[in-house]
Design a protein around this ligand. Structure first.
Ligand code: PDD
Length: 282
C-alpha cells in the first residue's frame, strides 16, 4: 500500500505520520473496521460503518464525519486498482491526541486513518480444503462487542494457533466456545446451525449477520445459543466467518477431525448462496 488517508488528506506511506501522543498509540484508545471489496463489490459497507458508529458511541469517541465511501473510491483511484481487483479498506479512528499522557481524556478531535490492502480471494475448491483450528483460553477484555484496536488477547491466541500448525484459535471462556481470534464461529449438528448469541463476549460480525440472513432465506434452522468444546468436536461441520475470509470450513480442531475431515454439504450450499446474494460475479 502506498497511499494513506489521514484526517482529510492523502499521503504517500513514507510521509504519513501520526503523533506519538495519539491515544491509540499510547492506550489502544480507538476502534477500527476492515471492509472487504470482493472483485467489484464492497461487501457490507454500510453495516461496517454502522458498527463503527456503535463502537465510537460506546467509547464516547466523537463520530468521524468522513464520507468513507468517497475516501475508499479516492484510495482505489490513487492506488491504481482495477475495478475487479479485491482488497479491503482498513479504517482506524482513535480518540485523538492530548498535550501529555493522561488516562483521563477530554473533548478532543479523533484521528482518522485509512488505507487499502490487497486481498486474495481463493476459488471455492481452495476454500473447500478447509482450515485447522485449536482451542485457546479467551484472554480478552469484557467488551468484545466493541471493535477496539486493543487486540493483544486475539494476537496471543492467533499466534499460538499458527505455532501449532493451525490457522485459527477458537476462544474458550468458562464452559463455552465464543468465536475465533479474528472471526465468528458456527457449528452444524443434524442440519441445525448453532452460533453464540450476540453479547459483550463476541464481536457482532458483519459476515455473521450476512450469513444469518442467508440461513433464514434458505429456511436452514439456526439456534443462537452457547456451545461447549465437546459440542464443537462432535459437530458435523464447523464454519468460520469474517470479512477477509468469507465463510470457511474448519476440518480439524485440536488434531481431531470434524465430521469426516472434509468440508460439509451444508457449507457448500451456504457458500454458494452467500456468493449469489452478495457478489455480482460468481
Ligand atoms: N476481524 N470476531 C473477531 C474477534 C474479529 O476480529 C472479526 C473480524 C470477526 C468477524 O467480523 P466481520 O465479519 O465483521 O469481519 C469476529 C477482522 C477481519 C480483523 O481484525 O482483521
Amino acid at each position: 500500500m502506498n497511499k494513506i488517508y489521514i484526517n482529510g488528506k492523502y499521503f504517500d506511506s513514507e510521509s504519513a505520520k501520526i503523533s506519538v501522543l495519539d491515544r491509540g498509540f499510547l492506550f489502544s484508545d480507538g476502534i477500527y473496521e476492515v471492509i472487504p471489496k470482493v472483485g467489484p463489490d464492497w461487501v457490507g459497507f454500510d453495516e461496517h460503518l454502522s458498527r463503527m458508529q456503535q463502537s465510537c458511541k460506546e467509547l464516547h469517541i466523537d463520530q468521524p464525519e468522513e464520507n468513507w465511501s468517497e475516501v475508499a473510491e479516492q484510495l482505489l483511484h490513487d492506488e491504481g486498482y482495477d475495478n475487479d481487483q479485491s482488497c479491503f479498506i482498513y479504517i482506524q479512528v482513535t480518540r485523538g491526541q492530548m498535550p501529555m499522557r493522561n488516562h483521563v481524556y477530554s473533548e478532543i478531535t479523533p484521528n482518522r486513518v485509512a488505507w487499502l490492502q490487497p486481498m486474495s480471494v481463493p476459488s471455492k475448491s481452495e476454500v473447500a480444503k478447509g482450515v485447522k483450528a485449536i482451542f485457546q483460553e479467551d484472554l480478552r477484555w469484557g467488551r468484545c462487542d466493541i471493535k477496539s484496536i486493543s487486540l493483544l488477547g486475539n494476537i496471543i491466541a492467533k499466534n499460538a494457533a499458527v505455532k501449532a500448525g493451525a490457522e485459527e484459535a477458537l476462544l474458550v471462556k468458562g464452559d463455552f466456545v465464543l468465536e475465533g481470534s479474528s472471526c465468528n464461529l458456527f457449528i452444524v449438528r443434524s442440519g441445525t446451525v448453532f452460533t453464540h448469541p450476540l453479547s459483550r463476549q463476541i464481536l457482532p460480525g458483519v459476515t455473521r449477520r450476512l450469513l444469518v440472513e442467508v440461513l433464514n432465506e434458505q429456511s436452514i434452522p439456526l439456534v443462537e445459543e452457547p456451545f461447549t468444546q465437546t459440542e464443537v468436536l462432535k459437530a458435523d461441520e464447523v464454519w468460520l466467518t469474517s470479512s477477509t475470509k468469507g465463510v470457511i470450513p474448519v476440518t480439524q480442531v485440536d488434531q481431531k477431525k470434524i465430521g469426516d475431515g472434509e468440508s460439509g454439504d451444508l457449507w457448500s450450499k451456504v457458500y454458494d448462496e452467500f456468493q449469489k446474494k452478495y457478489l455480482s460475479e460468481v
